[in-house]
Design a protein around this ligand. Structure first.
Ligand code: PRX
Length: 630
């Protein structure tokens, strides 16, 4: 570690260990930047050329603002590149997936075995009448079958929509109905801190008013007390695939065909279904896993995200499998049975790349240095972070305790919508705590004012992307207008919704969301969804929620509630309202605090000014309040 110079925030710059900051690596990064600048088409063509296409694309890109088409007329199937390509080219018996359960159970799949399981389920889905273009909702715990389900859908061209297991019946129903899912794949339960949390019963409730659902496939994990399977629409997972063939020809997909829909919390109203394509997404996921996370042949790669979020889609499942890596996956909770579990797993499995989130790092910081220090972490060679700003204190701890002041820490900024990493330091580049880094080769990002003009270094502005990139979302499901908004709010740029500052070296510091999303422990929660869950309680007349800063979770949700006449504020009612939100949206979206109020600050047009509530809560200057009603 060498301290280089001071940047505007006063944080230090860290030069990576000389062994990784070698001349060749730095030159390679420079070359890639230059190649992209010189000829973006040729640049992406080279990347896409490393993957298999059953029909070569005629053209790399066509940009018709706000719609881009990538790898035009090309045909492939992402599972061909995730599975068959490896099975047929020397990685047949290489370990693709290592899974560890909370109770020490272990399961290991080679590429051949994973391909076989995917094909069996793909055939099972077909036998239920699922085909290309049909939507399948996956609501599962973190088990190999969750990954297999995603790949099985992709195999036959069905569009998966994965819903994080922490969501409740209301949120699940909404997503199933919005996607018009024909099949739901679930499990009897998920294990969390030694407790069984039922999933199937949530699905039962969620599908009552979901007429599109024809079948529910149930993975029964508890074979001693198996849950009952209701014959009308439910099917047992292993019963279904039991007699199925181990081969299933991959459906030929056009580059532009949708691969999946992932719902992300909307700023106003309903969550929006972000759609990613088969071709462009594949190329972006592959490129960044190799070049940002630096995945190599002998790595044991662990991304701690749940496959139910975009990080899990791109960097637990598709990216590392496209790159032929060995993926480690666990259902275990980070601090259960004690805060040493993660570090023991790193040691035991020889994890080399660890990709996690600031909220987890901050949690481990609290538990003290002793837990990681008890383990041999020398297998690690790359550390990475995602989901929210990696604050300097958390960076230092991660770098010092886990990276032993030698390893690169790559802080990756990206979004559900971008599909892949956009801004980060690359392995070998100087690191600046608090700053994500620079746009990677292939990405043209900027910090701008309202008119879309670049602002000078040191000035805050909106984070935008100026040029299309392969894994950009190809649409918002059944909502063209919302899609267009992304590309028409600031000039013709893609507006990320984050505020940022650039320094003189071109490093981006992400300041936070400028819209109504709250990031709670790395999960993106829409204020609108929580507010409507609150107002669904009969005693609640109106509600507003804000993110209140929290040292570990980054934010907690605080709700301001106006009661209907005749209701008495108190603990009992508070708990009732919280229960309602929990039942509706699940524990992930539960407010930590509720305050009963008589009025909410509103603009003249009737919009709740959450910014004002937040300023008051934090005791800071609310800024411009000229639009306030009174
Ligand atoms: O605000 C940014 C924050 O997470 C948002 C995207 O959330 P989501 O679509 O759920 O995807 C999360 C995983 C990619 C962004 O708009 N964010 C993500 N990564 C970072 C970040 N903020 C700062 N630094 C990051 N590295």
């Amino acid at each position: 570690m060498v301290e280089e110079h001071t940047v505007m925030t006063g944080t230090r710059t860290y030069l990576p260990d000389p062994s990784i900051r070698d001349q060749a690596t730095m030159q390679e990064i420079e070359t890639r930047h230059r190649e992209f600048r010189d000829d973006p088409g040729a640049f992406w063509d080279r990347v896409a050329g490393e993957l298999e296409w059953s029909r070569p694309y005629a053209k790399v890109r066509e940009w018709n603002h706000p719609h881009a088409r990538w790898f035009i007329d090309g045909r492939t199937n992402i599972t061909r590149n995730c599975l068959d390509r490896h099975v047929n080219n020397g990685r047949r018996n290489k370990v693709a997936l290592i899974w560890k359960g909370e109770d020490d159970e272990e399961r290991v799949f080679t590429y051949r075995q994973l391909a076989r399981e995917v094909c069996r389920l793909a055939n099972g889905l077909k036998s239920l009448g699922v085909g290309k273009g049909d939507r399948v909702c996956i609501y599962m715990p973190v088990v190999p079958e969750q990954v297999i389900s995603m790949l099985a859908c992709a195999r036959i061209g069905a569009i998966h929509t994965v819903v994080f297991g922490g969501f409740g019946a209301g949120a699940l129903n909404h997503r199933i109905v919005s996607a018009g899912a024909k099949v739901v794949i679930t499990a009897d339960m998920t294990l969390r801190r030694g407790k069984r949390i039922p999933l199937k019963s949530v699905v039962e409730e969620a599908v009552v008013e979901a007429p599109s659902v024809e079948h529910v496939i149930v993975l029964r994990r508890d074979l001693e007390q198996p849950v009952e399977i209701h014959a009308e629409i439910e099917v047992d997972y292993y019963g279904l695939i039991g007699g199925m063939a181990r081969d299933c020809t991959a459906e030929e997909m056009d580059s532009a065909d949708p691969l999946f829909i992932l719902f992300t919390s909307g700023t106003t109203g309903a969550p929006k279904g972000i759609v990613h394509s088969c071709g462009g997404y594949m190329v972006g996921a592959y490129y960044t896993t190799k070049n940002v996370l630096d995945l190599k042949e002998n790595d044991v790669y662990w991304c701690t995200a749940d496959p139910g979020w975009i990080t899990g889609h791109t960097y637990v499942v598709y990216g590392p499998l496209l790159a032929g890596g060995t993926v480690f996956l666990t259902e275990a909770t980070p601090d259960f049975p004690d805060p040493g579990g993660w570090w023991r797993m790193v040691q035991e499995f020889g994890v080399t790349i660890l990709y996690t989130a600031p909220t987890a790092i901050r949690m481990f910081m609290r538990f003290g240095d002793d837990w990681p220090n008890r383990c041999d972490l020398s297998s690690l060679r790359v550390l990475a972070s995602v989901g929210e700003p990696l604050n300097p204190e958390a960076f230092e701890w991660f770098y010092r305790l886990i990276g032993k002041e030698k390893l690169p820490v790559v802080d990756t900024w990206w979004q559900t919508e971008t599909g892949m990493h956009m801004i980060t330091t690359l392995v070998g580049e100087p690191m600046k705590p608090g700053f994500a880094g620079k746009p990677i080769p292939g990405v043209v990002a900027d910090v701008v004012d309202k008119a879309g003009n670049s602002v000078p270094p040191g000035t805050a502005g909106a984070l935008v992307i100026r040029e299309p990139w392969p894994s950009m979302m190809c649409g918002v499901y059944q909502n063209e207008e919302r899609y267009r908004q992304y590309w028409s709010t600031i000039g013709t740029c893609y507006t990320a919704g984050d505020m940022a500052v650039k320094d003189k070296d071109g490093y981006f510091m992400i300041i936070g969301r400028s819209d109504d999303l709250i990031i709670v422990a790395g999960h993106n929660i829409g204020t609108a969804e929580v507010e409507s869950a609150l107002t669904s309680h009969k005693a609640v007349a109106e509600a507003a929620v804000i993110g209140k800063p929290d040292p570990v979770k980054a934010n907690i949700i605080k709700a301001f509630v106006i009661l209907r006449q005749g209701n008495v504020p108190g603990e009992k009612l508070k708990n009732e309202i919280l229960h309602q939100v929990r039942m509706n949206l699940g524990p992930v979206a539960m407010p930590s605090e509720i305050e009963f109020v008589d009025s909410l600050p509103k603009t003249r047009s009737g919009k709740i000014m959450r910014r004002l509530l937040k300023a008051k809560e934090m005791g800071i200057d609310p800024g411009d309040i000229s639009t306030l009603e009174d």
